[in-house]
Design a protein around this ligand. Structure first.
Ligand SMILES: Cc1cc2nc3c(=O)[nH]c(=O)nc-3n(C[C@H](O)[C@H](O)[C@H](O)COP(=O)(O)O)c2cc1C
Length: 443
């Protein structure tokens, strides 16, 4: 057995890949958004690579982020708890994490759904807890927007309630004893009687405790309230910190907060997002990026970049040195990525070259190259204590995931930082997390 620290790897799935132009490539089926067979195939690939989980983001809203129907991401998606439950039936080890909003749902429903999914998957389910900052989403639920501080206050109560509901049945509550003709030992089933500022839930839940005790909890909030919720409840934290220094800071901040909630910092796995294009060689990976960028109409890359920079780029020439003076002094949101773009164009680069860089970096941390190059980058983050693993974002699917499993996974195994085989049948076990004790069993 290797003495080296093992990393955890999840895949952040957008069916056509993270790039807005990914769907234009002929390598992804046109119906990828809604075809369960396509998603099953992705899951089988991820399982072949012994990855920890696939993750589906969500918001209960139609959101045309590409503008005028140019990109599939927010406009055509399967409700993720339903989807991951189906996917779990096509796999036996891979975990699945689905996003559900605490602002636009009720905890009794959510606790039931995830308990059912955890039973059906035999212990491989996680819930990404989000508070959904979207007025458009609010309009689907009566129209009332929730103030940011209330969103997180409700989320804290919501998670508290869910944890309580998942503990409703003590072990041994279901006796199914034919001799005495007693199915359930009702003394081992506990109502919750939760009365909070935002929520009121009596309980108990109407299903026994699921194989993992409770589903794995994921969280990705970047604000103070978000970090606090993560420290209180999350097993897994996703982050878009776009360099190892920033990630190290955020990881440390969450680890330090854990003690307040009687938790060990090692119970929280911090996974920054990395956008990856891998190939057999650096040149092959670069060619894949070229193909993606060249397939996208420049207007599409330009629109995304305009949105990021907060400047209208429609009149900028594509192949002449980029006019640095049109950039704002400060980014819309403080961002190391913005500084990197400014430095890039100051070298006399063109808009086309900038669009390419933007496509490569996606959410911030991009690496394009051979297995060695990708593995080196992952190891740099680990050496900086900036990560316990990564959430992988592929600009193109299914090819990005296939390439990662073919090229990078063997290299990570060779370096002794990634498993040869699954350690557990449960997501919690593969993440190295302990089984949570039922509160009613505490003496
Ligand atoms: C990897 C990752 C995945 C996320 N997935 C979702 C999602 O599916 N739905 C959502 O509403 N927000 C999602 N978010 C946004 C966060 O939940 C959070 O709202 C955001 O980081 C802002 O932080 P704050 O809510 O603490 O202000 C995600 C963030 C990250 C980094």
């Amino acid at each position: 057995m290797s003495a080296k620290r093992q990393i955890n790897l999840g895949v952040f799935v957008y069916p056509y890949g993270h790039s807005r132009g990914g769907w234009l490539l002929p390598t992804v089926p046109k119906n990828a958004a809604t075809d369960v067979e396509y998603h099953r195939e992705l899951a089988r690939t991820a399982e072949r690579g012994t990855l920890d989980f696939m993750f589906y983001a969500d918001g209960p809203v139609f959101q045309d982020i590409g503008g005028n129907g140019r990109a599939p991401h927010g406009v055509n998606k399967l409700e993720p708890v339903t989807l991951i439950t189906a996917l779990s039936c096509a796999t036996s080890k891979l975990g699945f994490i689905a996003t559900v909003s605490t602002s636009y749902s009720e905890p009794f429903n959510v606790a039931r759904q995830f308990a059912a999914a955890d039973h059906i998957s035999k212990g491989r389910i996680g819930w990404n807890v989000v508070t959904t900052d979207s007025q458009h989403a609010a309009a689907n639920f009566g129209g009332e927007t929730i103030a940011p501080e209330d969103r997180y206050a409700r989320a804290r109560e919501f998670v508290d309630v869910a944890f309580g509901l998942w503990d409703s049945f003590e072990p041994g509550a279901v006796t199914a004893d034919r001799e005495s003709a007693v199915y359930l030992d009702v003394s081992k089933v506990h109502p919750l009687n939760f009365q909070g500022k935002h929520l009121s839930v009596r309980g108990p839940l109407d299903v026994e405790r699921s194989p993992q005790g409770r589903p794995v909890i994921a969280q990705a909030g970047g604000s103070e309230d978000g970090l606090e919720l993560a420290a209180m409840s999350a097993d897994v934290v996703f982050s878009v910190a776009n360099n190892p220094e920033k990630a190290r800071e955020t990881r440390l901040s969450i680890r330090e907060r854990a003690a307040k909630y009687n938790r060990s910092p090692d119970e929280i796995k911090f996974l920054p997002g990395l956008s990856i294009i891998a190939g057999a060689t650096d040149a092959e990976a670069q060619a894949k990026l070229d193909l993606l960028v060249n397939t996208m109409p420049p207007a599409m890359g330009m629109a995304s970049l305009s949105m990021f920079l907060g400047v209208d780029l429609s009149s900028v020439a594509l192949d002449e040195p980029f006019p640095v003076e049109i950039l704002p002094e400060k980014p819309k949101a403080s961002s190391a990525l913005f500084e990197a773009y400014v430095a890039f164009v100051k070298q006399g680069k063109t808009l086309r070259q900038l669009i390419r860089l933007f496509a490569e970096k996606q959410l911030g941390n991009g690496v394009t190259g051979s297995a060695q190059r990708v593995a080196d980058t992952l190891e740099e983050w680990l050496a900086a204590e900036a990560a316990d693993g990564f959430i992988l974002m592929f600009p193109m699917l299914p090819t990005g995931l296939e390439d990662f499993v073919t090229f990078v996974v063997p290299e990570l195994r060779r370096r002794g930082i990634f498993r040869e085989d699954y350690e557990s049948d449960h997501l919690r076990g593969n993440l190295g997390l302990r089984y949570p004790e039922n509160r009613h069993m505490r003496r």
